[in-house]
Design a binder for this molecule. Structure first.
Ligand code: N01
Length: 554
């Protein structure tokens, strides 16, 4: 009997589990559900005060998903997807959080989730082939497997700006927003950062603030969301087509979103036809703007046609020509940074109470107790909103002291950039899985599609190991090196590496600049993962109990 089978009995030792899952967001919750289905004992530790992960923390004004809710939702339970009523095309954060809570209750997940508990340390015990996991409450448990469901955008980054701690008003980070309602009515507010979080929050804050000053370092491409309430007919039409929609999103789409697949490049159409297509997608709104043509991410000349179209739209919307010019992105191809989806972002700069400050040419010098000083000018404010992003993809993992074979830490191993095989495991760290980790499509896709694929793959893998009496599993170094090279090679066939994006780690000083997600597409990636499993987990070493002892002592 394998150790996995022995601890999966009901009378397992206190403090010993088959699996510890870190995080109770969408990944951690579904992981728990699947592992329970295998009859395994599982403990989930969650730092937040409730389930929901990114949707628990990102409560800033205007926060909502940028993939349509009928698709940004679990597909594993047909009853769930048939019964849940999304109210809008892009549900607002409180509704997505309600959905996460509903899932936790509906599948009775809470009894295995310990909230308000951070995992601080995980050390692999080579003699026992298990992990010793220590939490912020000082307790340590033993687990055969650890699954990191820590999210890709969970480690909010505070910018290193002189004087920030001297500011006398309140400071908010969009990724760590307070739970109580924040009312900016009558206040002079500054927003620093114009990524998705800034672009979503600016129009809402502008409606409340007496004055809003937006500090922009890099102008970003943004497409109108065209958000609207969903009618019952629209929901029913979607539900009736769910089998096909979900199949397409998993197997065919590059980004896990059901939409038309482009069959031609941007330069294959004449100017008028191309413009008509962009107009149509602009009117429809949303992320699928980028799939009008099949070469926008690959060919700079093709990309320029889309980028120029959006720049023209900005100039049409924004009345002041100087402000419009500043809002027109000009230092990266469209889509090479995560494209933003907005509601009235550009039009907000027509309001008399909104000012745009270009901090690329006039950098912020310091924060004073009552103002932001940039380009020698003081902008007086009462409240400061930092929409400055995250230490993405690796940041939340790096906060945990993870020690694998021979005491090597994951941070040491990843010092020059994350190294994984398929984004799922890292050599030298047996029985440690990562959900939507670097090296997998993750942030380039509809996250829930990618989460479900990883969770299913890991669950099938654990069942395989149990059925064959394997004790430990580990990525082979050679397979990992080949995969890292492949991820890098595919990225460099695209325009993505041309932007200083968080995909590249470029937003964090001294972080190695490597394109982290796998850009080959979710359908292709799923086939690769399935192929690896079909070949008995090719590229992974599976170790039986006695063998494991030999590896540990060698
Ligand atoms: O963060 P970002 P985000 N001084 O890193 C600026 C997802 N998301 O939270 O570009 C001044 O994109 C920085 O400037 P620059 C989505 O995947 C989804 O907005 O580095 N400025 C940039 O403008 C998204 O991509 C939704 O020059 C500083 C901004 O801050 C990801 O999360 C909603 C600075 C940071 O932009 C991250 O988005 C929200 C400094 N020291 C987020 N440091 C949905 O719609 C940084 N900046 C689902």
């Amino acid at each position: 009997m394998s150790a996995l089978q022995s601890v999966s009995r009901k009378d397992h030792a206190p403090g010993a589990y088959d699996v510890v899952v870190v995080g109770a967001g969408f990944a951690g919750m579904y992981m728990l559900h699947r592992l329970r289905g295998l009859g395994l004992t599982v403990r989930v530790y969650e730092q937040g005060g409730d389930v929901g992960g990114t949707w628990y923390w990102n409560r800033y004004p205007g926060a909502r998903c940028d993939v349509e809710s009928m698709q940004y939702s679990y597909s594993f339970s047909d009853e769930l997807q048939q019964q849940w009523n999304w109210s809008e095309r892009y549900a607002p954060q409180p509704e997505i959080l309600r959905y996460a809570n509903h899932v936790a209750d509906r599948f009775n997940l809470r009894r295995d989730i310990q909230l308000n508990t951070r995992v601080d340390r995980a050390a692999f015990d080579e003699s026992a082939n298990s992990w010793s996991v220590t939490m912020s409450d000082g307790k340590t448990v033993i687990a055969k497997y650890v699954v990191l469901a820590t999210g890709c955008l969970s480690n909010a980054r505070m910018p290193d700006i002189k004087g920030l701690s001297d500011f006398k008003g309140r400071v908010y980070h969009t990724g760590h927003w307070p739970h109580e309602r924040i009312d900016f009515t009558g206040l002079r507010v500054a927003v620093i950062g114009t990524g998705s979080s800034g672009i979503q929050s600016v129009p809402v804050i502008a409606e409340q603030a007496s004055h809003l000053t937006v500090f922009q370092r890099t102008a970003n491409f943004s497409i109108p969301a065209r958000n609207a309430p969903l009618t019952e007919e629209e929901r029913q039409a979607f539900r009736a087509k769910y089998p096909e929609i979900r199949r397409f999103a998993r197997e065919v789409a590059r980004n896990g979103i059901y939409t038309e697949m482009p069959d031609r490049g941007a330069l294959d159409d004449g100017d008028n036809e191309r413009r008509a297509k962009y107009e149509q997608r602009w009117a429809r709104g949303g992320l699928t703007f980028m799939s009008v043509y099949n070469n926008l991410g690959l060919d700079k000349a093709a990309n320029d046609t889309a980028a120029n179209f959006v720049r023209e739209k900005i100039a049409e919307i924004v009345r002041d020509p100087q402000t419009a010019k500043l809002l027109q992105p000009n230092n990266h191809p469209i889509g090479s940074k995560r494209i933003c989806i907005d509601t009235d972002y550009f039009a907000t700069f027509n309001r008399p109470n909104v000012t745009l400050v270009d901090i690329r040419s006039n950098p912020i010098e310091e924060i004073l107790p009552n103002a932001v000083r940039a380009g020698g000018k003081d902008y007086e404010i009462d409240a400061l909103v930092l929409a400055t992003g995250f230490d993405a993809m690796t940041g939340s993992v790096a906060k945990i002291d993870i020690r694998g074979r021979h005491g090597q830490t994951l941070n040491q191993k990843w010092a020059e950039g994350p190294k994984t095989y398929l984004g799922l495991m890292s050599a030298g760290f047996p029985n440690l899985f990562i959900i939507t980790g670097p090296g997998s499509p993750s942030v380039l896709s509809n996250m829930i599609v990618s989460i479900e694929q990883h969770v299913d793959w890991i669950s099938d893998c654990l069942a395989f190991m149990r059925d064959r009496g394997f004790e430990a599993m580990e990525a082979e170094r050679e397979a990992e090196e080949k995969w890292v090279a492949h991820v890098n090679e595919v990225a460099h066939t695209t325009l993505y590496p041309q932007a200083n994006s968080w995909y590249m780690g470029a937003n964090i000083p001294d972080k190695p600049q490597i394109f982290m997600p796998y850009i080959g597409g979710v359908g292709v990636y799923r086939q690769i993962c399935n192929g690896v499993a079909a070949k008995g987990y090719e590229g992974f070493v599976m170790i039986a109990a006695e063998q494991a002892q030999r590896v540990a002592t060698s």
